[in-house]
Design a protein around this ligand. Structure first.
Ligand code: CIR
Length: 258
């Protein structure tokens, strides 16, 4: 059984952090409906969805991916790079503690979950404005005992590593070559985003398929041509807050080690 932790959209989402997209008006009612449809897509793909209540004092709290990393053996609470987001983790930690032993990234480390891409036993970590060398070193230390290799990856022009590259099948990654060097991932089959769809590299893999934004039809064709089942969701309002598909959930196996 897969568990997906999510959190309802804050009424204050319009006051979110923004780095690479201009601020435009967000329709909160529409954002909540889109988020509801996203959770339904998770359920349709076999996840048990846990919904935390909205935190209106925390504009970005819907983006639960950034506050924790969940591995089969352990969960690690991050220390988000944006100071406004460091209060978001506590209630997620309470839930995760039911499923995994908990560890944490400490100051001066900063790390956003959006910068962490695990592929088998390799953990790629974006060197972004949000995630620093101290956190990468702590992560390496925390995970070495479990047999994971941590590899730092420079990013450019985007918020997180997973804005630039995500896993879409066992041996296949979806990549935006303008934002990360594809040579880092030479061991995998790579699907490049359509050049007209800049933000199209963020797909949320669940089993044999992906949850994917409806607004990238050309890249979607490339995914489907590679045999990947795509569940399309409209996330326009969350994209205005610089979020996408992976960032709205923490997905993990309930009893990974049994
Ligand atoms: C932020 O800047 O932190 C939020 N407005 C967006 C976070 C999106 N997170 C993600 O893609 N993992």
């Amino acid at each position: 059984m897969w568990i997906a932790i999510t959190r309802d959209v804050s009424g204050s989402l319009g006051g979110c952090e923004l780095s690479f997209v201009p601020r435009t008006e967000i329709d909160i009612g529409l954002a909540a409906r889109q988020h509801h449809a996203y959770r339904q897509a998770l359920e349709a793909l076999g996840c048990r969805v846990l919904s935390l209540p909205a935190q209106d004092a925390m504009p970005d709290a819907v983006f639960v991916e950034d506050v924790a990393l969940v591995f089969d053996e352990v969960a690690i609470m991050t220390r988000p790079g944006a100071e406004s987001r460091r209060v978001e983790g506590a209630s997620v930690a309470d839930v995760l503690a039911e499923y995994r032993p908990l560890r944490a990234i400490d100051a001066p480390g900063t790390l956003d979950g959006g910068d962490v891409l695990r592929v088998d036993r390799t953990v790629y970590v974006g060197q972004s404005a949000r995630s620093n060398a101290a956190a990468i070193e702590q992560l390496r230390e925390l995970l070495s005992g479990y047999g994971y290799t941590v590899q730092a990856v420079p990013t450019r022009g985007c918020l997180h590593l997973k804005s630039a590259v995500t896993q879409v099948a066992d041996d296949t990654l979806l990549v935006q070559p303008a934002w990360v060097d594809p040579a880092v991932f030479a061991d995998y089959k790579l699907i490049e985003v359509d050049p007209a769809e800049e933000h199209a590299a963020n797909a949320l893999r669940i089993g044999a398929g992906v949850i994917y934004p409806a607004c990238f039809p050309h890249t979607r064709q490339r995914l489907e041509a590679a045999g990947i089942a795509v569940t399309a969701v409209d996330l326009s309002e969350l994209q205005k807050a610089e979020g996408a598909t992976t960032c709205c959930s923490l997905v993990f196996r309930e009893n990974a080690l049994r």
